[in-house]
Design a protein around this ligand. Structure first.
Ligand code: ADP
Length: 332
């Protein structure tokens, strides 16, 4: 589809180029032939008479016409050559330019298609599970009230998971739109998140230690809040009971580092490069099966980080906890 669109766009470019080149050629041809007619006059006759002695007026006229037609032909030939060159180079350059122009649109469309395919796949799985459960139940003539309640309970859980997924997809689609990047107090934002998340940590008897340097960083308060929220939520989700999470803000070069380190199961070397991918969940029995999630949190975080011009890094090894670091420029 994009190949034919590129060809069509290139054809338009070439058409415009050729229209300009042909108009220019017509003008050059007219000017040159006019000049020629004036130039071939007297000097040409004198030159001829020098060489051939006295010749008649009509002979001079005939020779002048021959000379004129010959020069006209040469000008025409050169202009045609020039136009052929313009066409060849122009067509090639136009195609390259058209491909370049359409590439970002093509990439955006591809990303959108991938996103739709991934999302529908993720939604199809719980729907299929629900359908099977219901079909089996309908076919069972001895289905008791308790069985029915159990089935409905299981369906309700699937529905909860799906609405969580739908919410996550919506957040992912909208995240990073129009961030208001300006100097913000990192400490204040992190404090707010910590206050909100404390009950979750308390429920697992997790201690949150803090070491928060005071600094102004360049970013969007809402986005930083959401990123820290995702990272802290993951740290709490994946950490064992009674462990410790350390949240710190420190300065390195001209950047502020907001780091969240946990004593959880860690992430294997194979899984680590993929944790920011959409729908990716590390294939460890301790995380994937036991902890609820859709593999969207870190991809939302990364999208938000990119939109505010920061970077995010994950450091981890299996069995040794994980540290996620958000890096933003410091404002003096
Ligand atoms: P979710 O947590 O919903 O699965 P995320 O995108 O937030 O999705 O995380 C992707 C995967 O990265 C998780 O499934 C998990 O395997 C791994 N992960 C993220 N944070 C941690 C952490 N603090 N400790 C261990 N594994 C983590």
């Amino acid at each position: 589809m994009f190949k034919s669109a590129s060809i069509r766009l290139a054809a338009w470019y070439v058409a415009i180029l050729m229209a300009m080149s042909l108009a220019f050629s017509v003008w050059v041809y007219r000017e040159a032939t006019n000049e020629l007619r004036m130039g071939i006059g007297a000097p040409f006759v004198i030159k001829l008479q020098d060489r051939l002695g006295r010749i008649s007026e009509s002979e001079v006229q005939a020779l002048m016409e021959v000379q004129y037609a010959d020069s006209q032909r040469r000008i025409l030939f050169n202009l045609m050559l020039l136009n052929a060159g313009v066409f060849a180079v122009g067509a090639l350059a136009s195609y390259v330019l058209a491909r370049r122009t359409l590439r970002p649109i093509e990439e955006a469309l591809e990303a959108q298609n991938r996103f739709t395919a991934d999302a529908s796949h993720e939604l199809r799985t719980p729907l299929a599970a629900m359908k099977t459960e219901i079909e089996v139940a309908i076919r069972d003539p001895k289905l008791s009230k308790d069985d029915m309640r159990e089935l409905l309970q299981s369906n309700l859980e699937e529905i909860d998971r799906m609405s969580g997924l739908a919410q996550g997809l919506l957040t992912l689609a909208r995240s990073g739109e129009d961030p208001h990047v300006k100097p913000v107090m990192a400490q204040e934002i992190v404090h707010d998140v910590l206050a909100r998340m404390q009950p979750l940590a308390d429920a697992k008897k997790i201690t949150i230690k803090t070491d928060l340097a005071n600094m102004r960083v360049l970013g969007d308060a809402k986005s930083i809040d959401a990123i820290v929220c995702i990272l802290l939520d993951n740290a709490i989700k994946y950490s064992p009971q009674k462990s410790t999470i350390t949240v710190s803000i420190s300065r390195e070069d001209s950047h502020g580092h907001i780091a969240i380190a946990d004593q959880g199961p860690g992430i294997s070397a194979e899984a680590l490069p993929h944790v920011f991918d959409r729908f990716y969940r590390a294939d460890s029995s301790r995380t994937k099966e036991n902890v609820a999630g859709h593999g969207l949190g870190l991809s939302i975080a990364q999208k938000l980080v990119r939109a505010i011009g920061g970077t995010i890094r994950a450091q981890s090894a299996e069995g040794q906890g994980s540290t996620f670091t958000l890096r933003l420029p410091i404002v003096q």
